[in-house]
Design a protein around this ligand. Sequence first.
Ligand SMILES: [Zn+2]
Ligand SMILES: [Zn+2]
Length: 158
Amino acid sequence: MSEGNLNKTNICDECGSEYYRDTSQMSSLCPECSYILYDYENCKHAFKDGRCIKCYWDGSKSLFSINITKKTKDDFYPLMKVTLNGECGVVTEEFVEVKDNIQQVGRTKLYGLICWDTNKQPDFEDWRGLWWTFVAQGGTELNNNHQFKFINDDGTSK
Ligand SMILES: [Zn+2]
Ligand SMILES: [Zn+2]
């Protein structure tokens, strides 16, 4: 980081990360969040020591952004409602870190620990990293309005 850049960082309103002001077209959002939320051009991130060397973004994602990006992501995300073989469940907020994947920002956390909506709580099943297997077996995302019987929307027992 050069000294000049030190004075030109902003805090992103959405994800809370610092970023270089002149890398984003929006005054209060980092390039990543302005891309996700408003379709502005994103930085072609290059990560080194946990930050992008171009825009200084630290890879933060708020839950809000994650929920927005779900429509274009082919993976589980936290609090996603899913169904498979007639059973319904919710993806918990527990994740495993994927360290060798660090350039693919936002996918460094692997979600997919599903809590199924059954009467034998807790009923967890670990599908982390297995999104395409899940889909191949007929699993799909449920409408977010789906009401569970035995669990709450965050996977805790009622
Ligand atoms: Zn941001
Ligand atoms: Zn960047």
